[in-house]
Ligand binder design. Structure first.
Ligand code: NAD
Length: 346
């Protein structure tokens, strides 16, 4: 494999690798190891150019530093990309090649699943490197843990907004009935919340309707339904100029990454009197579970307690936002920066 190092200010390492025989073209970015090895998944996605892929990896790796810091994990932030190319057909060869690139960082970067990759791809990486998490039979599917964390974040937001974290009788609209959306619906049904759900995949909607007595609406109606809480659990960028004015919910708490189309939409939510639980704080349950079980060797009860502590993290964010008169997304960034930059500059 041929590797090329790129120098990017503010990042520890950016390495691109190519292997013609395997049809492999990949990137590993380490944003920060100030708090521990850089932890972040491998994305398998198609990009027009290598520069586009690097830009995406830089943004994602930096995001992982913030997420892991705020979650209180001894982990920094990194991310990798395997560029999806129609010429490469042998998945094992592709991900084993990626595993060799991951291994060349000697543990400074630990990978896991991300968009486009599955536990079986991680097994291929494992054949070349031990620096991989999210394996079957170890910490397992992160989704129920992510859902649990989102549920706890929702309770914290309710406590802050309404003075009680009891969600019984509250109506929650869930966008996306996939892995996280399904388990989130279960957590909410268990405490007596009413559910309105949507998905572009009708089979996924049916499962939540049947299992958790939810009411289904078409995808375009989910923003304007009469709900107390809106939970984006599908795509990024769903909080924008078109959708925010439609929201009747007073809280937005969900699992999707990068929910704000632009930062200013965090300000717009505030102007509409809507409390926003910053996405990377609310959706950290999966990475907490993976890190605590696989890196730290914690048992399940201790790990669950750490995921449940997302409740306290959210209350800290809301309190700082109020004290400093800043939107909640800025408060989350400020807290995360204190945690990792404080160590990085020592
Ligand atoms: P998933 O792919 O299982 O579910 C997403 C669902 O959204 C799918 O069922 C899809 O059909 C649906 N969807 C897509 N476009 C839609 C639209 N326009 N309207 C309504 N539904 C639509 O993914 P997931 O693992 O459940 O993750 C959900 C979100 O949470 C993603 O943004 C993911 O990046 C983020 N996230 C997931 C985890 C995790 O542990 N799985 C952790 C952190 C963040």
């Amino acid at each position: 494999m041929q590797t090329r190092e790129k120098s990017v200010p503010g990042y520890e390492r950016v390495v691109c690798g190519t292997d013609e025989t395997a049809g492999y073209h990949g990137i590993v970015v380490i944003h920060s190891t100030a708090l521990g090895p850089a932890v972040g998944g491998t994305r398998f996605w198609s990009y027009k150019t290598e520069d586009d892929a690097v830009t995406d990896a830089l943004r994602l790796a930096r995001g992982m530093t913030y997420k892991n810091a705020l979650a209180g994990l001894p982990a920094g932030g990194g991310k990798s990309i395997v560029m999806r190319d129609s010429k490469a057909t042998d998945r094992e060869q592709l991900f084993r090649t990626h595993g060799r690139l991951v291994n060349s960082f000697a543990g400074k970067y630990i990978t896991a699943e991300d968009v486009g990759t599955s536990p079986s791809d991680m097994e291929y990486i494992l054949k070349e490197s031990s620096y991989v998490a999210g394996l079957q039979g170890r910490s397992g599917d992160p989704s129920p843990h992510t859902a649990r964390g989102v549920f706890r974040a929702m309770q914290a937001a309710a406590k802050y907004k309404w003075g009680s974290d009891d969600l019984s009788g509250k109506t929650v609209s869930i966008q996306g009935c996939g892995h996280v959306g399904y388990f989130l619906a279960g957590e909410l049904a268990r405490v007596g919340a009413k559910l309105i759900v949507t998905d572009v995949d009708q089979a996924k909607v049916k499962r939540v309707v049947d299992d958790h007595k939810a009411t289904a609406v078409p995808p375009e109606e989910i923003y304007s339904v009469a709900a107390d809480v809106f939970a984006p659990c599908a795509l990024g960028g769903v909080l924008n100029d078109q959708t925010i004015p439609q929201l009747k919910a007073m809280l937005v708490v969900g699992a999707a990454n990068n929910q704000l189309l632009e930062s200013r939409h965090g300000d717009l939510l505030e102007q509409h009197g809507i409390l926003y639980a910053p996405d990377y704080a609310a959706n950290a349950g999966g990475v907490i579970n993976g890190c605590c079980i696989e890196m730290l060797g914690w048992d399940v009860p201790r790990t669950l307690a750490k995921t449940d502590a997302i409740y306290d993290t959210l209350l800290t964010i809301f309190a700082l936002a109020e004290r400093a008169k800043i939107p909640t997304y800025q408060a989350a960034d400020r807290l995360a920066e204190e945690l990792w930059k404080g160590v990085a500059t020592k």
